[in-house]
Structure formats: C-alpha cells, structure tokens
Unconditional design. Sequence first.
Length: 78
Amino acid sequence: MNIEILGMGCAKCHKLEDMVKLAIQETGIKAEIGHVRDIKKIMEYGVMTTPALVIDGKVKVAGKLPSLADIKQMIGGK
C-alpha cells in the first residue's frame, strides 16, 4: 500500500502524517508513507485544499483531518 500526505507543511499536514503513522502501527498494515509538498504535484491530484490523504493513488480526503478511526477504515484496518 502506498500512502501520501499532500500538504505544504502546515500543522494540520504534520498532524495527518502522525495520525497515518499511528494508524499503520496500530493495524499492522504494511505501507509506504510519503509527504508531497510540491504544489504542482498536489494539484495533479485535483486537490485544492490541504491536508489531503491519498491511498494507492486515490484521494480519500482533502481539506480536513479525518479521525484516527476513519484513517484505519480507509487503509483497511479495523
């Protein structure tokens, strides 16, 4: 699984990255996590507001912080 956090480096972007790492740790799912900060690459996803969460190339959420439970559900955890 490939997970990307889209955001220029704001506090919410860092919080989302921390939450994703925690969700991965708690569920035991194997995933690679990346952080895309390049505005052109972010716009290629069609994202206009950050932070955004992309899982396997699909934007799952943009412009808000999902809960830890929501992130676990998105990555296939329980």
